[in-house]
Design a protein around this ligand. Sequence first.
Ligand SMILES: *Cc1c(COP(=O)(O)O)cnc(C)c1O
Length: 433
Amino acid sequence: MSRKPTRPPLPKGSPDWLAAGMGHIWLPYTQMAVEDPPLAVVGAEGVRIRLADGRELLDGMASWWTACHGYNHPRITAAIRDQAERLSHVMFGGLAHEPALALARRLAHIAPGDLAHVFFSDSGSVAVEVALKMALQYWVNRGERGRARFLCFAHGYHGDTFGAMAVSDAEHGFHRVFADALAANLTVDLPRDKPSLAAYRETLDSQGDTIAGVIVEPLVQGAGGMLFHDAQVLGLVVAEAQSRGIPVIADEVFTGFGRLGHLLASDAAGVVPDILCLSKALTGGALGLGATIARPHIFEAFSGPDLAAAFMHGPTFMANPIACAAANASLDLFDSEPRVAQAARMEGLLEAGLHPCRSLPGVLDVRTMGALGVVELDDLPFERLIALRRAFIEGGLWVRPFGRIVYVTPALVMEESDVEHLCNGVCLGLRGN
Ligand SMILES: *Cc1c(COP(=O)(O)O)cnc(C)c1O
């Protein structure tokens, strides 16, 4: 019988609720037997997180890239409060409400080209599941059987549910443990050079008639390692698939809403994917919401007299009115404030601030795009990862490295002096560890 591991002790002065609840909570992607317990948070405002012990951390993560206007933005909070007093939720089957329909119209307006038909869900993973099912049923409705696979890219990450895991890179990614249970899709390298472009074309030519769609994260592969590609590569991915009639799914769950210095990353390449997935910063980071947006030729393949041609999906909390109200308030802020320009401007600040890391031992690469700054190390063993995380917290920063990557994705509104402070702290932490 294995001994029950003793969990690391909570820091002195931890609130009672933390001590009482830790025996019952199960944390994400965490080896709870050895990793430090979570920090107790009592509030967050702007770009700062307030801890129960009175400390404040400058936030370099925007909570997994969601809080693009900073935490607790008064306009979003007011929209949530107002909506909650009128209608918290109502089922979306057979009933509709203004927050969702107004948001659908606005998302269609900001999405590239003729992307126009919005299906709501409650998270990024489910937005991806919905996109995959749309592509699969699109072919079935057109009477073409045998298109049951997706083409996806090495180092891709599309979420933690089964369909999303199956189009993520199991070999390099987080999901290796589940590999045997995942649908078999085709994984190829992004077409960055002649050989990889030839391989991509060859796969589309030889197996294209078994492929329901191609799924890609435009410009930056996020959780798969913060790997960049340029607009030309994205243009090739999209053009090669679309010229063969294969729908392209753009997963902009990470890249959407200004993060890379464009409202959407697809805009940077001038491409119009057939299906677009949004989530994360969609509500300004306040609530979970996903949106999957399709072009008319996809949508129209589902409409007609055949009842069985209707799209077969419907999450219980889809189009939650409070989440939609938060998203509408967030879009108001994108309209009324220079958010995308702020993100574009941050690239220079991050580049200047992180540049000194380039000369540190063990640093392979420093790269920035919009409001994303990445320091890639040649190796980050577990002990050093834990030490780095601690060092950042002790330095008053919330930065959480993963894999071999130390990255910052600040709120797009972070002021210049805070960006400098954040970058200095990252360099200092890496130098000391
Ligand atoms: C985070 C992420 C997802 C999954 O979103 P969840 O809301 O965590 O389910 C999917 N795709 C990309 C690109 C992401 O960054």
